[in-house]
Design a protein around this ligand. Structure first.
Ligand SMILES: Cc1ncc(COP(=O)(O)O)c(C=O)c1O
Length: 374
């Protein structure tokens, strides 16, 4: 028996014929671009965020970040503060706008952007040691909401646009509301392994700012603002496929049940591993979607090998943070470097986490981790 990180076959089995029926419906009506499922999905995604929120579907999560930054007016020469402990797409999207990534450190316990390090970056930028900051782009890493309250206050005080990479957190709750509703706008990914994933690429941007939503739609559709026949912006083609929207609409009907299953598994990990490794610190009032469950251990690679020997998969995502990647190694970092990021990257390990894990598989993961570390 192999305990996998995710299991799309079990998910498909749980959904019966509904996925195939949804795909067949698109084949029947043939509205492959901007079909009715796209608008229905956007409405359903936005509904989960609350009144006034809009969702704009797009081609993938990287585009969602890029569209959000562009539509928010971030462009050449602007400094964007972001963590280095994230998937490369967060920094890639900044670069694609012509803006300049400024890497700030990671909170040692949560792995999310450290507000104290952002203060340092702001001071260094004010003194001319870093590029002038126009925006901050925290990541709700491994489903844990970043400290948006403090980041939001700092953004307001210093005139930064507060945007969020919510690719790991859509579906979860932060103390102040659904994940994805912090900041001016947020971006998510529907990559197949995400908590809400499609059967290919897909993404969405969320905002409650109507003018921003209109610009995002325009940029995603060749620069044509909704309702206009002409191209008033330089845009791109980043529409969400109708087929992917149909898959996501079907998966959304199971999403709450899946989130509840993820939370049950996370509760077991949190309780039964509490005495033997560093666990994700859940902020008061937050209920993460648990797209990932990440522990930390000094002998991470040995632990991963120990698990692999027992047919238990694990992944050390972002073992090489972005400032260590060749394409970004020349980018600006907060003075003093990124010790929290380095330590997190050296020790983190994602354990199997998906809603279709059987109890005996969770037992096996817990027993194997405990056998190694306790
Ligand atoms: C934190 C984060 N941001 C952005 C992305 C980019 O999403 P996509 O792969 O859909 O372009 C990912 C995808 O893995 C991610 O994990």
């Amino acid at each position: 028996m192999t305990v996998n990180m995710i299991d799309l076959a079990r998910q498909e089995a749980a959904m019966g014929d509904a996925l195939r029926a949804a795909i067949a419906q698109v084949l029947d009506h043939k509205g492959f671009i901007n079909g009715p499922e796209v608008r229905a999905l956007e409405a359903a995604l936005a509904l989960r965020l609350g009144p006034g929120w809009q969702a704009i579907g797009c081609a993938n999560g990287t585009d969602a970040l890029h569209l959000m930054l562009r539509a928010a007016g971030i462009g050449p020469g602007d400094g964007v503060a972001l963590p280095a402990l994230t998937f490369v797409a967060t920094a890639e999207a900044v670069r694609l706008t012509g803006a300049v990534p400024v890497f700030v450190d990671t909170d040692a316990a949560s792995g999310t952007l450290c507000p104290d390090s952002l203060v340092q970056a702001l001071e260094a930028a004010a003194g001319g040691a870093l590029p002038r900051l126009r925006a901050v782009l925290p990541v709700d890493l491994f489903a844990l909401p970043a400290d948006h309250e403090r980041i939001g206050v700092l953004a307001q005080d210093h005139g930064l646009v507060h945007l969020v990479d919510a690719a790991h957190s859509y579906g979860g709750m932060s103390a102040d509301g659904p994940c994805g509703t912090q900041g001016l706008a947020s971006a998510t990914s529907f990559y197949p392994s995400k908590a809400l994933g499609c059967y290919g690429d897909g993404g969405a941007v969320f905002t409650a700012d109507t003018a921003l939503a209109t610009r995002i739609r325009g940029v995603a559709n060749h620069g044509a603002l909704p309702g206009e026949g002409e191209h008033s912006l330089i845009g791109t083609n980043s529409r969400l496929d109708t087929l992917q929207a149909a898959v996501l609409l079907t998966k959304l009907t199971h999403f709450d049940t899946e989130i509840a299953a993820r939370r049950r598994i996370a509760a077991r990990y949190l309780t039964e591993l509490a005495d033997c490794c560093a666990l994700p610190p859940v902020a008061p009032g937050a209920t993460p979607v648990w797209s990932y469950f990440t522990i930390r251990h000094e002998r991470r690679d040995e632990l991963a090998a120990h698990l692999a020997a027992r047919d238990i998969r694990s992944v050390a995502y972002y073992r090489q943070p972005i400032h260590r990647q060749p394409a970004y190694s020349g980018d600006a970092c907060v003075p003093g470097g990124l010790p929290g990021t380095e330590s997190f990257a050296r020790t983190l390990l994602c354990l199997p986490m998906h809603p279709y894990l059987h109890d005996h598989e969770v037992d096996a993961v817990i027993a194997a981790v405990r056998a190694f570390v306790c």
